[in-house]
Every structure is written in structure tokens, then in C-alpha cells.
Ligand binder design. Structure first.
Ligand SMILES: [Zn+2]
Length: 418
């Protein structure tokens, strides 16, 4: 969901692929295929996404739907009531990674036809595109949509279970590597979207958390919570359908009403659960969800091969200079006092040329001490630090090798293979 002009025109000679699902006409309109994009494969897969959502929601809420897919070098999408406009790489159908990303975009924007365009926080309606509006509910609108975008791909058979777990693990790693999760509760990151998420700066990861990312992770944990509370009889799917039946259209839901619907489906008061997950900065508890589905975080890589050195600063190359763009709390760079806009010149007195930083760091091991030479506003500084271990690797999800038959059956139910 982004601010954008209210009218869009697509002119030119696009490739149009029409299909019907449940008698409702749809079309995928690819602008700029240029002999590179695989139109036939993409439309077959978009149709599967539509069919999976139709089964999930029990129908289609529009008379006709258009997927406008503008190919070039961009990325992103905007949802409308009966269409979506997407910007994607022309080369996306050529690699598994690129194609999965595109399918995820389709799945996300299309799901908004229900979650956002029809089922939305009460503060957002009637939609007013000219003024800022404040709501604590965007983590349901965007985060849950992100979660289901990936789940739907798995249920449609377009992503493997391992690919779904990989996508979810990335979201968890992203959350757990963002220090702002300990500063800014999820519901407030939604409320403050106009002053934080839409106006990011180099310190944002230290002060706030994305309601897309944490919202998706919380959706996963809530799904497991409802399943376990009902011994697998019900799930977050039922919560979404109940909320949709009760609050869609002009009604909208308050934060309290959404939580109440979840408690009803779970048959148990979840208000304390929501207070922790959405309104506090406490760490999320992954154990119940891992236990329910028989999953685990992949153990740290080969202990015999120590990890390569990790600085923990984000950089960009600008006019031949390596400039620090972000320093997250809890990283070696932050602990040693590296600053945004520092220019990294050398490590251990050996010059770092533009683009060389990552390669150079791979020559070191975690735990090694180095001296980083930086230029800070024309002054040269030597900063001593101890390289760390890149933490994201430890949040990769996988099926537990000792998962029981019962856990495997729950995983199948989640993936729609029951
Ligand atoms: Zn969205």
C-alpha cells in the first residue's frame, strides 16, 4: 500500500492473457515482454493463485480482475479493488529466485482484494487518499498479507514447503536482526507509519520495526497458536474468514474486534497473547509454533569451519568511496563506534578499493581483531574492533529431522496437503 495517483493508464501493445475462474473473467496484461518474459507460464501460475484464494475465501468478490504487469527494471505493486498494477523485472521468469519473488508480489497484491480493499481497519475507511490517516492495524493489513502471500504459493503448489520455510525464515531473520524491534511495538510502528515507515532514515533499523515483517511473523505465530488451542481443528484461516464475514465492506474492524474474532475462533482469550506480540517490545516466542509444526532453526554452520568475519555495517559505493549507510545496534561496527557517512579506507592498513569490502572481510575469521581506517568529515581515524559472525544464518527454518508423524500431519494441514 503506497501513496500514488488515483488514475493509471497503460498504453502500448501489451500481451494480454485472459482466463476465467468460477465464471469470473481475469486477465494478466504483460507490458514489455520483449521476448524475454515467459507469458504462458506466468498466466498459468497466476490462475493457480486465483483458484487457491477462491477456495480459501469461498468466492471471488469482484466481477472482473486485471493483473497489470509492467516489465522493466522496477519492483513493487499497488492494489486496487478489481486490479493490481505491478512493476517487475523483465528477467524474473528466467531464474527460480526472481520468479518466486514475482509470484510473491502477485500473491500479495491479489490478496489485498480481500485483506485491505474489503477487510480493513476501521480508521482507513472510507478511503481518503488526500490525508494522512492513523491506524494501529497495518500489521494485519500488510503483515498478514505478506504471510498469506507465501502460504498461498505453497498451497497452490507454486512454492515447495522448503521454499515457504525459507521465506518465513528470512522474515524472522530480518526481524531478529533489527534492533528497533526492542524499541517500537508492532501496533505503534503501524500508527507511526506516516512519520517513520514512509520517512526512513539511516537510523530507522535502530528505532523502529517494519509492520510488514513483524506482522508476517506474528501471523505465523498466531496461526500456530489458534491451531494448537483447537488441537488443529481451526486456524488463522478461520480467523480471517470470520473477520471478513463480520467486518468487510464499509464496516471495518477495530483492533479490539479483530483480536476478539481470533479469541472466538481459538476458543480462548488471546488478549494477553496479542498484548505481548503487538503492543510490547518483548521478544517473540517461537517455541510453541516450532513445536506445533515440528520445525527448528537450522543449527549453526559447520563448527569445524569458523564463520568469516562480519562487520555489521551497511555500505554503498559513491564516486569511488566506500561510505557507511547504516550501523545497527549490537554489531561490531556499532560497538566500536563506526558512524553513518564514515568512509572506509583500509583494514589493517591495506587499502579497500570500491566494491572490495565484502571480499576483504571474507579473508578474516569471526573473532579476529582488525583496525579499520576511516575518514570522518576529512579527519582520519583508526577504529579497532573485533569482527563478529553474520547472525542471519541462524534463523533459517527447516523441518525438524525428528518431527513426529503428528507434527508432519500438522505441517501438511498448514500447507494444504491434508
Ligand atoms: Zn501490501
Amino acid at each position: 500500500m503506497t501513496r500514488a495517483s488515483r488514475r493509471a493508464f497503460v498504453a502500448g501493445n501489451p500481451a494480454v492473457y485472459e482466463f476465467t475462474v468460477g465464471d469470473v473473467p481475469h486477465a494478466l496484461v504483460n507490458v514489455g515482454e520483449a521476448g524475454v518474459w515467459d507469458g504462458a507460464k506466468s498466466v498459468a501460475d497466476v490462475q493457480k493463485i486465483v483458484e487457491t484464494n477462491r477456495r480459501f475465501w469461498g468466492g471471488l468478490p469482484y466481477p472482473r480482475y486485471l493483473f497489470l504487469n509492467v516489465l522493466g527494471s522496477g519492483g513493487g505493486g499497488l492494489e486496487h479493488k478489481t486490479s493490481t498494477v505491478m512493476l517487475a523485472s523483465r528477467w524474473a521468469t528466467r531464474t527460480r529466485e526472481g520468479y518466486l519473488r514475482w509470484l510473491g508480489l502477485v500473491s500479495h497484491e491479489y490478496l489485498h482484494a480481500w485483506n485491505v480493499k474489503l477487510l480493513r481497519p476501521i480508521e482507513l475507511g472510507p478511503f481518503d487518499y488526500d490525508n494522512e490517516n492513523y491506524t494501529t492495524g497495518l500489521w494485519v493489513s500488510e503483515g498478514f498479507t505478506d504471510y498469506y502471500a507465501d502460504v498461498m504459493l505453497a498451497r497452490a503448489g507454486l512454492a515447495t514447503p522448503a521454499e515457504l520455510l525459507d521465506a518465513l525464515g528470512r522474515q524472522i531473520a530480518d526481524l531478529q536482526n533489527t534492533p528497533g524491534r526492542l524499541e517500537h511495538p508492532l501496533s505503534m510502528s503501524s500508527y507511526d507509519a506516516w512519520i517513520k515507515a514512509y520517512r526512513p532514515d539511516e537510523n530507522s533499523p535502530n528505532t523502529t520495526i517494519s509492520y510488514y515483517t513483524k506482522g508476517a511473523v506474528v501471523a505465523f505465530l498466531l496461526d500456530a497458536e489458534v491451531r494448537s488451542a483447537t488441537r488443529g481443528a481451526r486456524s488463522l484461516d478461520d480467523v480471517m474468514r470470520l473477520a471478513y464475514a463480520r467486518y468487510s465492506g464499509a464496516r471495518g474492524f477495530t483492533a479490539e474486534q479483530f483480536r476478539q474474532a481470533a479469541s472466538e475462533v481459538a476458543g480462548r482469550d488471546l488478549s494477553a497473547w496479542f498484548a505481548r506480540a503487538a503492543d510490547s517490545t518483548d521478544e517473540l516466542d517461537y517455541a510453541p509454533a516450532l513445536d506445533w509444526f515440528g520445525l527448528r532453526f537450522r543449527p549453526a554452520a559447520d563448527a569445524a569451519r569458523p564463520a568469516t568475519g562480519w562487520l555489521g555495517a551497511t555500505t554503498r559505493t559513491d564516486g569511488g568511496r566506500t561510505l557507511v549507510t547504516q550501523v545497527r545496534r549490537g554489531t561490531p561496527a556499532h560497538d566500536a563506534g563506526l558512524n553513518v557517512d564514515d568512509e572506509i579506507l583500509a583494514i589493517d592498513d591495506l587499502r579497500i578499493r570500491p566494491g572490495e569490502l565484502d571480499t576483504r572481510l571474507r579473508q578474516y575469521r569471526a573473532g579476529q581483531n582488525v583496525t579499520v581506517l576511516v575518514a570522518r568529515r576529512e579527519r582520519l581515524l583508526r577504529i579497532d574492533l573485533t569482527l563478529g559472525t553474520e547472525p542471519s544464518a541462524s534463523w533459517r527454518l527447516e523441518v525438524h529431522p525428528e518431527a513426529t508423524a503428528e507434527q508432519k500431519a500438522r505441517l501438511d494441514a498448514w500447507l494444504g496437503r491434508g
